[in-house]
Design a protein around this ligand. Structure first.
Ligand code: SIN
Length: 187
């Protein structure tokens, strides 16, 4: 994966570009696209390790949202969208809380591949929260909310979207299971 050092780079050409979504970009599609295709990227795993100050939490009480963590041999499934370059003006603002844009190889279901952009919040960003047990993450999510709605809604919509994609993401589904247990127990 190579870094999008010049975040304005893609907007200089008029050719549509691929962007890969693995979190809210799978289910909250508030941008126009030319085409969308289920895709995966290699060498990354999805984790609820990023703090959210501006969508599912606040600066004082950040929520937990997903980022990508490098992991040899792992694959992360999501949705790729072919978008006009100007769409990145919107996405760069939407993903501004710690995410940087990188290019990487996308692999589609039919085995074809393309280069696309992906937003990654690295360990170095100020909002990064890092690991916790899946139960602790669920407890955190259960009590967080921000301008885009509850953190619970983010988790459940992502889990549902992954199910619809046929993805078996053990981490996301474990956090979802713990959240449901906590809710059943009234905690
Ligand atoms: C993504 O969806 O690809 C990035 C993380 C998020 O916005 O949830």
């Amino acid at each position: 994966m190579s870094a999008g050092q010049n975040r304005k780079g893609p907007t200089e050409s008029g050719t549509p570009l691929w962007v890969f979504g693995y979190g809210s970009l799978i289910y909250k599609v508030d941008f126009p696209f030319v085409e969308c295709r289920a895709a995966k990227i290699r060498g990354w795993r999805r984790r609820f390790w990023q703090g959210s100050h501006d969508h599912r939490g606040t600066r004082d009480a950040p929520g937990r949202v997903v980022t990508l963590i490098p992991c040899k041999g792992a694959e992360c499934h999501g949705m790729a969208y072919l978008v006009a370059p100007g769409v990145f003006d919107h996405l760069d603002v939407r993903e501004k809380n710690g995410y940087m844009r990188f290019t990487t190889d996308l692999i589609f279901r039919d085995g074809q591949s393309a280069t696309g952009w992906v937003y990654v919040a690295s360990r170095e960003n100020q909002a990064f929260l890092g690991p916790a047990t899946e139960r602790e993450i669920a407890r955190h999510i259960a009590t967080s909310a921000g301008p885009s709605g509850s953190n619970r809604d983010y988790l459940l919509r992502l889990a549902q979207a992954l199910r619809e994609l046929g993805d078996d993401d053990a981490h996301v589904f474990a956090v979802e299971r713990h959240l449901r247990e906590l809710e059943r127990a009234g905690r």
